[in-house]
Write a protein that binds this ligand. Structure first.
Ligand code: SF4
Length: 279
């Protein structure tokens, strides 16, 4: 059994909140470059270049990539040989979020759903925990902006809707979202499981690096087909027209109940922020 003090988790979460909000991943920058090569709209190309420039300034000056610094979504993988000591894990994570948003001058974006009163420190965070073999703790911090999250949906299709019904729903969701999720987007798709698991699959699919292949060849082919249809919609960068409505479609799938066909579409804006650390 390896002991890990939760103080260390607080420290990592603090740093990851600041890093994720100011340093866009290399995979996203490369996806912008590929899109610039393919984009036919001059205005679209200009916007994609602006997005790259925005990311450069954010990294160099340590300022947020976007004013919406997001709801802090935390993915934890805890090795089953790990013994967490030194306090309450959940509170340790919340403290890391508090410190990260305070010290990084990041906007607090969490409020009471009815009164809209801000909680004041960007907590609570959303924590998803997986217990895995081994003696390590992996922490991924993925701040999620409201504009793109609002365009996301979960639907319970019927088994007879099939693959075509799934594709239609995903493309239609992107079409109806228009410019709201700040395109170019990354479209996370969760298929199967249950109502709540489909949403989690969709969100987790967004953690996969842009430009990487889906390990399942059938899903990889479907991702390419759906992306092609989406990029024929003409929404384009920031909704001002062009071919680059989405940079990628990522699918995660698992078996579902014989009577069901759960489907979730989690739309991610171009501020595709996530950073990780392993303890
Ligand atoms: S959707 Fe994304 S890019 Fe647009 S305002 Fe929200 S966080 Fe920023």
């Amino acid at each position: 059994m390896r002991e890990v003090n939760v103080r260390l988790i607080t420290e990592k979460v603090r740093n990851l909140c600041m890093e994720a909000n100011t340093d866009l991943g290399e995979d996203v920058l490369q996806a912008f470059d590929r899109a610039i090569e393919k984009e036919e709209s001059p205005l679209g190309v200009e916007i994609l270049k602006e997005l790259k420039e925005n990311a450069r300034i954010a990294k160099e000056e340590k300022v947020p990539i976007c004013q919406d610094t997001g709801f802090a979504v935390i993915f934890l993988e805890i090795g089953q040989e790990v013994h967490l000591v030194g306090g309450d894990l959940r509170e340790a994570i919340f403290e890391g979020v508090r410190q990260g948003y305070r010290d990084g001058y990041l906007r607090n974006s969490v409020c009471h759903p009815f009164t809209r009163a801000n909680t004041g420190d960007n907590t609570p965070a959303i924590i998803h925990t997986d217990i895995v073999p081994g003696e390590k703790v992996k922490i991924q911090v993925a701040p999620k902006g409201g504009g793109s999250e609002n365009m996301s949906r979960v639907v319970m299709l019927t088994p007879s809707d099939g693959v075509d019904g799934m594709k239609r729903f995903v493309v239609q969701r992107v079409k109806e979202s228009g410019s709201n999720p700040c395109p170019p987007t990354i479209v996370g798709v969760g298929i199967g499981g249950t109502f709540e698991e489909a949403a989690l699959l969709a969100k987790k699919s967004l953690l996969r690096p842009l430009g990487s292949k889906n390990p399942d060849p059938e899903l990889d082919r479907l991702e390419a087909e759906i992306l092609q249809e989406i990029n024929r919609l003409g929404i384009g960068p920031q909704g001002l027209g062009g071919r680059t409505t989405s940079l990628a479609v990522h699918i995660r799938m698992m078996p579902c109940h014989i009577a069901s066909f759960p489907l979730a579409v989690n739309i991610q804006c171009h501020a595709q922020r996530h950073k990780e650390a392993v303890i």
